[in-house]
Each structure stands twice: as structure tokens, then as C-alpha cells.
Ligand binder design. Structure first.
Ligand code: C2E
Ligand code: CA
Ligand code: CA
Length: 603
């Protein structure tokens, strides 16, 4: 094909292949090129002045030069004088036609000579202009002639632009790694699909791989990617693409929307397991799924996904259950969490939080020897909320740091009042959530409290939950050391609930172990639990640590604990956590009846 063959432009660009379109586009000039062929230089200068704004101008002084320039350049329009030496305008038209070079040509004639114009038009000229030039007429003729070509160019460019948008959409909508939809596209398309198929009941499935991070750490990143891609492939192969969508919405999290009647969740997970197993990666790669059957079709899709995710979170890390369905109680829980977060700051300001005190009894002395401060929330609308509900929320959002400090201060106020009114002074333990250790001024805050309320550090015992030690043992060990050097007794709370081994005890710098109540619950059922507790008692004795057993509810438990030498007991058997006035009363009675008191009264 010749360089200047613009014949292909006439094809419908919409039906062109990408290569054809690209090729045709190459022919569309940024600035079109005009060739002016005239032997009189003055004419060339005049014409180029009319057009140099819009065109790149080439000039030829005879027909042969013109043909040579056409062969070397992409010329878009030719203005040619009919009368020239060497090769005239007619000859030029002939050559162009013979070589099938399709450039619009405008011929110039010296005077209005009907015959030569007609001949030129017959030979393929698009129009003619007469000398002397009338600038307006000349420009109009050129514009008319070029209109057809420019129109084709515009069409080409439009089609190319449309194609680009389509391609861009495809990449914008897809996750590059797996080729599945990405989050945004999934939300959008799922909403459309649910709306367009009101006769179908859909469900959203949220899938997550257990320990995917470990896989990425253990193997190469490519292995993780392979798993993700294989899973994506499996999803696409299993679902009916007419009425189902699959997406990777982040890391190793996938979502599927499909008609509920087509879902067999057990088979889906089993198939997925087998597919991944066939990759031959020696690691337990398990998928977990949460399912939300779409009840409220008007719900935004991201919230539908949240619900499926909520269901998933219920079973995460549970090897027996691989999937769970969303139910309304999960939503209630979420709403309750939202209420907790919404109201917490105001509640603290308004003193809706108060402390209860639960006595710790000594089996040996038969007296209250200590207490634990436990927070309570009296909500004006929702009544008393138990810490089991709000503490985990506060631990997630950091508010626990403020609340703990409030509780410690309330305890200090209580101790100061006890001291000032000449009542029995016992140490009180407070819970120190792990979040506190991220604050550098923790020790300073505690020392300042003690000073402000004119107390001594031994009166405030610090309970730190066992699992905090496993989080970051080195940092915590050194912090605890400092507390103890300052004189604060440190207790390891919930001992036995986590992963601490008995061996680990040797390296722990705590004063007291607080045995978790789950352990106590086991005592009656399990001989093993009894013998483990016995060893703990021995070890603690050897290491010079105290032991408090909490959650003690029955006489049988008390008897067993006494038999293995346990002394300090906290639990419903003796007393529930009490409002401060009730606790004061109980404490007063307890020590009033004590033999020492009776002795001192007798004196
Ligand atoms: P914890 O520190 O292990 O507190 C002991 C929990 O066991 C308390 O529940 C207490 O009321 C309960 N309990 C005591 N004796 C018995 C018994 O014989 N049987 C049974 N079934 N339960 C008994 P509570 O007050 O609901 O507190 C739950 C958890 O909330 C606490 O567990 C602690 O982790 C957290 N918590 C409570 N107050 C605070 C606080 O001020 N700060 C922080 N950070 N956490 C707190
Ligand atoms: Ca505690
Ligand atoms: Ca505890």
C-alpha cells in the first residue's frame, strides 16, 4: 500500500481490528500538510500565507517536484497549478490516479476557463480555484474539500477514544493479580445485578484464608500469589457468570455474590480445599467463609459484605467450623458496639462509670485481705452494661487507657477516704490493660496519683493479663521490673488461660499469680487440672510468688484449694463485686469481728 493511500479511512472504523485502527490512526496528522505546486513563486507565497496557520506547507515549482514530495511526505491536500513547465497539473493528476494515490486535489487555473476545469474534475480533482485569488473563496474551497477527510479523522479518533475508555474500564474494574473484580467494581456491579434480577434471591459469601500471612512469610511471595490466583480461577470456574460475581476485595479476602439456591457452601469450600491441595504446597491452607443471605436488597453492597464478614469473624480460627451464616444477633452486637463508641466519652464526663469492689479472702486468716476494683457502666438508657461488653471495644479503640486511669483514681479516692476515716486499709488491685504500655507516662501517672492522694504504692496492686506477656515479653518484663522497684505489687491476671508454660514462670518478675477462673471450673471435673494446679502452687512457693485463685464458687473448690495450700481466694462463694458503700460495710464488719479486734476491745 502506498504511503498516501487514505482509502482505508473510508472503511467503518468501528469494524476495524485494533491493528487496522492503529495503522489508520497513524495517518491522522497533528497538523495537516498542504503541498502547493506552482511555477510562480509569488503565487506560492500568497497561498501559503492563507494557510500557514492551519497547515504545514510544502512547495513545488513543477509537477515532477510535486510528485517527489508526495512520495516522501504524508501530504493531505494538494493545490496544483494546471499550467507548469516540466510536468503540468493534468500530468500530476494522471500520475496520482495511476498510482492510486488518493489525495484531495484542488487545481488552479489562470482564468475562468470552463473547459480546462471540467477536464481536471474528470481526472479526479476535487475542486478548482481561479487566479487572481480571492482569499475568502480560496479558503472556503479548501475547507470544503478537507471537510470530508477531517470528518473521517474525527470518526477514527472517536472510535479510538471509545476503545481506550472500554479498555481502561476493564483495567480499573479488575484486580491485577487475579483478574477478578476489585472492591469498587464488585459493589457497583452487584448492586446492578441484584436490582436487575428482583426474582432471584442472592447471597454474599465472604472468604478468607487462614494464616495467609504465615504462608507469605514461610514461602515466597509467588507462592502466596499462586494460591490467590488459583482460588480466583476456582471461583470463576464454579459460579454461573450470568448471575454471579466474584471479587478480591483486599489481600486474601474474596467475595462472591450468587443466587442462594445455587450455593452449596460445604461443597464450595471442599472444592476450594482440593484445588489448593493440588498445588502441592505443604501447609495447611484453609478457607473460611461467612454467608449473608441478602434479605434487604436495598442495603448498600458494602454493608452486605460487612455482614458476611461479621459471620466469618464468628468462626475465624476455629478449625471445626469452616463457615457461618449471618444472623440478626450479630447485627445487634454491632449496633451495641456502635452505641458504646458513640456514648463513651460523654459517659466518662458524666460519671456513668463507677467501680465495684470484690473482696479477696484469706483462707488462713479468714479475713478480707485485699480487693479488686471492677468497673461498671450505668447507662441512662440501657441500664447496667457489663465490662465484658465494653472493655473489648475500648481495648480496640484505645479508650481503655482513659477509663483505666479513671478507675485507678477512683480507687485512690476510696483508699484515701478509708485512711482518713480511720478504717481498715487493705490494698486494692486494679486492671492495667495492655494498651497502657504504649504510653510513656504510665509510671509517672501512677506515681503522681499516689502522691496526690497521699498513699503508698503497696496499696495499689497492678493486674496485668497473662496474654499481654505473650504479646511482648521483653518490653513488658522491663516495665514490670520498674513498677516493682517503685513498690507497686504486680499480679499476673488470668494465669492459665493463655499459653504461658510453667517453665516460663521462672523468668517472670511478678509478685502474684492470679489463677484464671476457667481453671477453677475444671478442678471438679479433671484430675489433671487438679495436679497442674498443685504443681503451680509448688512452683509459686519455690519462686516466692503469691497466688490468688479467682472465680471460686463452691465449698468443694474452697476445700480442695485449702488442701493444696492455696490461701487467697476471690469469688462468688465469698462475695460478688460490691458497690463501694456495701464493700466498706462488709470490710468493717469483717474486721470488727476479728479476734484481734475483740482482743483490743477487751483491753
Ligand atoms: P477479670 O479481671 O478477670 O475480673 C474478674 C471477673 O470475674 C469479674 O467480672 C468478676 O465479677 C468475675 N467474677 C469474680 N468472681 C466470680 C465467680 O465466682 N464466678 C464468676 N462467674 N465470675 C466471677 P467483670 O467485673 O464482669 O469483669 C470482666 C472483665 O472485664 C475483667 O476480668 C477484666 O478483664 C475486665 N475489667 C473489669 N474492670 C476493668 C477495668 O477497670 N479495667 C480493665 N482494663 N479491665 C476491666
Ligand atoms: Ca483482673
Ligand atoms: Ca482475671
Amino acid at each position: 500500500m502506498l504511503k498516501n493511500d487514505v482509502g482505508s479511512i473510508a472503511d467503518d472504523p468501528k469494524s476495524m481490528s485494533k491493528e487496522e485502527l492503529d495503522k489508520a490512526l497513524e495517518k491522522v496528522p497533528k497538523r495537516p500538510v498542504m503541498l502547493i505546486a506552482d511555477d510562480v513563486e509569488m503565487n506560492r507565497v500568497l497561498l501559503s500565507q492563507f494557510f500557514q496557520d492551519k497547515y504545514d506547507i510544502l512547495e513545488a515549482s513543477d509537477g515532477r517536484e510535486a510528485i517527489a514530495l508526495i512520495e516522501e511526505n504524508d501530504v493531505n491536500i494538494l493545490i496544483v497549478d494546471l499550467v507548469m513547465p516540466v510536468m503540468d497539473g493534468y500530468e500530476v493528476l494522471k500520475v496520482l490516479r495511476r498510482r492510486s494515490i488518493d489525495i484531495p486535489v484542488i487545481v488552479m487555473t489562470a482564468r475562468n476557463d470552463g473547459e480546462s476545469e471540467a477536464r481536471a474534475m474528470e481526472m479526479g480533482a476535487a475542486d478548482f480555484i481561479t487566479k487572481p485569488y480571492n482569499p475568502t473563496v480560496v479558503q472556503c474551497r479548501v475547507r470544503n474539500v478537507m471537510a470530508r477527510v477531517e470528518n473521517e479523522w474525527q470518526k477514527l479518533e472517536q472510535v479510538a477514544k471509545d476503545q481506550q475508555i472500554v479498555e481502561m474500564h476493564a483495567t480499573i474494574e479488575r484486580d491485577a493479580l487475579t483478574g477478578l473484580y476489585n472492591r469498587e467494581a464488585f459493589y457497583q456491579r452487584t448492586a446492578d445485578m441484584i436490582r436487575d434480577h428482583s426474582d432471584i434471591k442472592f447471597c454474599i459469601i465472604y472468604l478468607d484464608i487462614s494464616c495467609f500471612k504465615a504462608i507469605n512469610d514461610l514461602f515466597r511471595v509467588e507462592t502466596g500469589n499462586l494460591i490467590l490466583r488459583t482460588s480466583a480461577y476456582y471461583f470463576l470456574a464454579t459460579i454461573d457468570l450470568e448471575t454471579s460475581l466474584a471479587a478480591r476485595i483486599e489481600a486474601d479476602h474474596f467475595v462472591i455474590c450468587m443466587p442462594e439456591e445455587q450455593l452449596n457452601i460445604e461443597r464450595l469450600i471442599e472444592g476450594l480445599d482440593n484445588t489448593i491441595l493440588s498445588l502441592g504446597i505443604s501447609h495447611n491452607i484453609l478457607f473460611y467463609a461467612g454467608v449473608y443471605p441478602v434479605e434487604e436488597t436495598a442495603l448498600p453492597v458494602d454493608q452486605m459484605c460487612d455482614r458476611a464478614h461479621m459471620a466469618l469473624n464468628k468462626i475465624k480460627g476455629n478449625y471445626m467450623n469452616r463457615y457461618a451464616y449471618y444472623d440478626a444477633s450479630m447485627r445487634d452486637q454491632m449496633l451495641q458496639e456502635q452505641m458504646i463508641v458513640r456514648d463513651m466519652n460523654f459517659a466518662l464526663q458524666e460519671h456513668q462509670f463507677t467501680i465495684f469492689l470484690q473482696p479477696v479472702y484469706s483462707l488462713v486468716s479468714n479475713h478480707i485481705v485485699s480487693a479488686e476494683a471492677l468497673v461498671r457502666w450505668f447507662h441512662p438508657v440501657n441500664g447496667m452494661i457489663s465490662p465484658g461488653k465494653f472493655i473489648p471495644v475500648f481495648e480496640r479503640n484505645g479508650f481503655i487507657v482513659k477509663l483505666d486511669r479513671f478507675v485507678w483514681e477512683e480507687v485512690c479516692k476510696f483508699l484515701k477516704r478509708q485512711r482518713e476515716s480511720g478504717q481498715k486499709l487493705i490494698p486494692v488491685s486494679v486492671n492495667v490493660s495492655r494498651m497502657n504500655f504504649y504510653n510513656l507516662d504510665l509510671l509517672e501517672f501512677l506515681l503522681n496519683l499516689i502522691e496526690r492522694y497521699e498513699l503508698e504504692p503497696w496499696m495499689l496492686k497492678l493486674e496485668i493479663t497473662e496474654s499481654a506477656y505473650t504479646d511482648n515479653p521483653h518490653q513488658l518484663t522491663s516495665v514490670i521490673k520498674v513498677f516493682r522497684e517503685e513498690g507497686f505489687p504486680v499480679l499476673m491476671d488470668d494465669f492459665g488461660s493463655g499459653y504461658s508454660s510453667l517453665n516460663m514462670l521462672k523468668n517472670l518478675p511478678v509478685d502474684v499469680l492470679k489463677i484464671d477462673m476457667a481453671f477453677v471450673r475444671e478442678l471438679e471435673k479433671s484430675a489433671r487440672a487438679r495436679s497442674i494446679l498443685k504443681s503451680i502452687m509448688h512452683l509459686a512457693f519455690d519462686l516466692d510468688m503469691g497466688v490468688v485463685v479467682e472465680g471460686v464458687e463452691t465449698k468443694a473448690q474452697v476445700d480442695f484449694l485449702a488442701s493444696i495450700g492455696a490461701d487467697d481466694i476471690q469469688g462468688y462463694y465469698f462475695s460478688k463485686p460490691l458497690p463501694v458503700p456495701d464493700f466498706i460495710e462488709k470490710l468493717r464488719k469483717d474486721w470488727d469481728d476479728s479476734p484481734e479486734n475483740l482482743e483490743s476491745k477487751a483491753e
